[in-house]
Design a protein around this ligand. Structure first.
Ligand code: SF4
Length: 412
């Protein structure tokens, strides 16, 4: 049932999960699911899920944001004023690290560097031995600089910039305090000088007129033609790579999807324009600077994206990667903030007792959340990983001997 598609190594989640640092948990998870299903077939209750934490989390440090981007998919949950209690959050990460957590992506909901004590918190994650990544809008690079010396070679920082010119940057992001694209790019030099180890990325969501059929198209600022300009700018600023991905929208029930109506109407023409600009951008690639295309961009281009909307009933990634936000614990970034995707409270992992409750909550959502229905419009990057695990559960299980060499990338 899995549909292989060309993809960058960073999006090859099945291979990542077979690294020795992660694979033991995956093998154990599959063995546990096999026991649960065998018990169910006998009409018995299966074993409880052990008090595992996920292997990787998206951690929304705050819902506050200092931009007002017209293409933001998290508008509904921004600036809610709901916050963590720092000690409880630190306790949560400590408990999770003790239960198998390997990596943390500090990301939105809001802008992570707006979180008070951002740098101290990032250093705390490193003290726990976790791999750390930051997805930021770039407006407060000095906060990232404060933590930069603690980052390792497997860690990364990715700035969501989406423009080749400052005029387009301003129109798309509407920063509440003045900041220019030049200023943000200059900050990259300082972070590199402080520590060249973490990879620094320039992220570019490609937008075009007609990118949504949901009545908000007048607000879309088109940046498609600035793809080559952005690649040159990223290279000159000292980024390690630029990555391009197509605009996603949120369906009315909250799922993050490629808009199917748009895809049917105008995909071919838009994809041809994107391809031409990407080919120009690739001229700026070098051994020290990569031009990357997201897996869903390749799927959009190949026309294969609809196959990636066919999920197994049970999404196994819910047990391996979760989203912790000030609004609660959720099963997936594509359903962040959506009530039926909620597993627990923001302090779901803050103590041994709550970890125990949350393990039951995770086992519950594995049964309850029908991904074949809830994610039927999501071009899910975990599609083939989910099918691989489903087939292992229904088949012979997994064998630790099938691990691949350690690559040091534990982000899911
Ligand atoms: S199937 Fe994909 S989109 Fe749906 S919850 Fe799982 S990982 Fe998320």
């Amino acid at each position: 049932m899995s549909t292989p598609a060309p993809r960058e190594a960073v999006h090859d989640f099945s291979r990542k999960l077979r690294q020795p640092s992660l694979y033991g948990r995956v093998v154990d998870y599959v063995a546990w699911q096999r026991q649960v299903r065998a018990a169910k077939a006998r009409g018995e209750a299966g074993p409880a899920m052990p008090d595992w934490s996920p292997l990787s989390i998206n951690l929304d440090l705050t819902t506050a944001c200092n931009y007002a981007c017209d293409h933001c998919i998290d508008l509904e949950i921004l600036n809610s004023g709901i916050a963590y209690e720092e000690q409880a959050l630190r306790a949560s990460l400590k408990e999770m690290a003790a239960r198998g957590l390997k990596s943390v992506i500090l990301i939105g909901g809001g802008e992570p560097t707006v979180y008070p004590g951002f740098a101290g918190f990032a250093r705390y994650l490193k003290d726990l031995g976790l791999a750390v990544a930051v997805v930021s809008n770039g407006s407060r690079n000095e906060k990232i600089l404060e933590a930069a010396e603690r980052f390792d070679a497997g860690d990364w920082v990715r700035l969501s910039l989406d423009a080749g010119t400052d005029a387009t940057f301003q129109a798309m992001h509407k920063p509440k305090k003045p900041v220019t694209l030049d200023h943000i790019c200059a900050g990259i030099t300082r972070i590199k000088a402080a520590n060249p180890a973490p990879r620094l990325g320039f992220s570019y969501i490609i937008t075009w007129k007609g990118a949504t059929s949901r009545g908000a198209d007048d607000k879309i600022v088109e940046n498609l033609d600035e793809i080559p300009l952005a690649a040159r700018r990223a290279r000159d600023a000292g980024f390690d790579y630029i990555s391009f991905k197509p605009f996603l929208t949120r369906r009315e029930d909250g799922a993050e999807v490629m808009d199917p109506a748009q895809a049917e109407a105008e995909t071919a023409a838009v994809v041809a324009r994107i391809r031409a600009r990407l080919d120009e951008a690739k001229a700026f690639a070098s051994p020290s600077f990569k031009v990357l295309e997201s897996a869903n961009l390749k799927m959009l281009e190949s026309g294969a994206w609809q196959a990636w909307t066919q999920q197994p009933r049970m999404c196994h990634m819910q047990a391996l990667r979760q989203v912790l936000t000030p609004l609660g614990l959720y099963n997936c970034p594509a359903h962040r903030g959506v009530p039926k995707a909620r597993i627990g409270e923001k302090d779901a992992y803050a103590s041994p007792a709550s970890c125990h409750t949350t393990a039951a909550g995770t086992a519950g959502i594995l049964e309850r959340f029908d991904a074949s229905v809830e994610c039927r419009e999501v071009t899910c990057l975990y599609h083939d990983t989910n099918w691989w695990l489903e087939e292992a559960i229904e088949g012979q299980g997994l064998d630790r001997a099938d691990a691949v060499p350690e690559g040091g990338d534990w982000f899911l």
